[in-house]
Design a protein around this ligand. Sequence first.
Ligand code: ASP
Length: 355
Amino acid sequence: MNYKIVNIRTTASVDPVDSILIIYTGGTFGMAFDEAGALAPFNFGRVIDRLPELRGLELKITVISFPEPRDSSNINAQDWEDIAYIIYENYSQYDGFVILHGTDTMAYSASALSYMLDGLNKPVIFTGAQIPIGSIRSDARENLITAIEIASAKKGGVPVVNEVCIYFNYFLLRGNRSQKIRSSTFAAFQSQNYPYLAESGIEIEYRDNYMKPHDPKAKLKLRKGFDDNVAILKIFPGITQNTVEGFFKIKNLRGVVLETYGSGNTMNFPWFIKAMQKALKKGVVIFNVSQCSGGEVIQGRYETSKRLNDIGIMGGGDITTEAAITKLMFLLHNEKDIEKLKRKLVTPINGEMDG
Ligand code: ASP
């Protein structure tokens, strides 16, 4: 790919020691209205013009921009691989990484990256904005400047943050625990099942006891590959046999996130159980995730989830749908033994679920 690289010349009198790599993928952050009146991304050169503060930071900042910045609705697994590869290739040269990304699929991308960057020992901070940088009331400036500060924070010479996170609207969240829950206020993200990692006020207050600790021995390994032969089946009262059976006929289907009610309950009509048994027999992996963002799947708590255990559906515990579908895609590509894959599915890779 033809990445554009921009080195931001700072106004600091001595050469800064610490360095940050920003990867600009697109998103509302750098959008403007096109001729038709719709928001579309523009290139990072124009973004820098609107952020003169970047030049005043005591940091070496490099920006690598996607050749065609995009709305994150168009982000796919190849983009996750590209972002991870850029981080991997530049890992030793920078103290931290900031990914500018649209909010719509940020939680999916952050989850995917958390699985790919095994042994991560530096901050990878996703951020974006609800209002473009060019608008007076934009949240872009605060989000980016604080994300950079977090990505460069050190204590005792080692990074404070050692994992993939989302920083948005004053809160730092674990990336693979986050979900976009609001499209019309600045507080776009939440992490219902895991406490926030830091809050930005006058100071940035880090909550060390919830963060992944720095491991001096860890070495970054890049784990690649996603299988996109997956789908999400969200159940609802009245879903028909025709719909469910049609869904499981999807060509090459290998994995399904089954979005169930409450603590993992589904209708237990015989036709529904039979449709899933048939798919399981063909080798399709089914991962049960709750439609509730808070709480966890406990298969067997109710009669309506007990059968799921018996037939071999994997309970997703307190994982989000975003972390679950990316995990399924990742494991389907990286683990060929189906029994091992199922075990890995219910075991945390990088803090995405309780162990
Ligand atoms: N549609 C935009 C995107 O995800 C929304 C945003 O960035 O806030 O790219």
